[in-house]
Design a protein. Sequence first.
Length: 202
Amino acid sequence: MEKETILTDLETALFCRSLTLQLQAGISLADGIYLLAEDETGRKQDCFRRMAAGLDSGMTLFDVLEEAACLPEYVCTMVQIGQQTGKLEQTLRSLGDYYEQRSRQKRQIKQALAYPGLVFVLMLVVVTVLLVKVLPIFDGVYGSLGSRLTGIAAGLLILSGEELKLTRLDPDSGQVIVDGRIQSLEYDRPTGRRGLFARFRG
């Protein structure tokens, strides 16, 4: 398992490319890292200052990276190989490309995972609006025609809570009142059950 580091993948890529440009321009790595520290704050600034101070004291780049523990272990290992083979500049350039690509892939994965979640939330919003706002309007239109929503639509209306808010039991007559209209309990001959039917008495 890779240890936790201070710099992100994108920051690691920028750091490696900055060192590459410094080597190409003939600038001392210690001076270059001191300049990077001036643009940072907090832990990253402390990390860069420790690295620059280590380079000033004669330590190798691999040694200061290992001691500072700001970058991934893979970077330290590759820098050590680059120093031993005399190809530090090419190694740092390759590390910059690698971590930039890795950062881009992570961003694409996050976007791919976020899209279905966003669609799901939008679907929930649409369904909620249908249940709370649209279905009660349709039920009111049907009610004005002397009928009620049935089947799945009626079940969804009850699920929305609108049907429950409009339904009450008259304690004196024992009759069910839905949306101000009296409905009676009639015997359902096909099923042999007593059910609630839209039989209006007035």
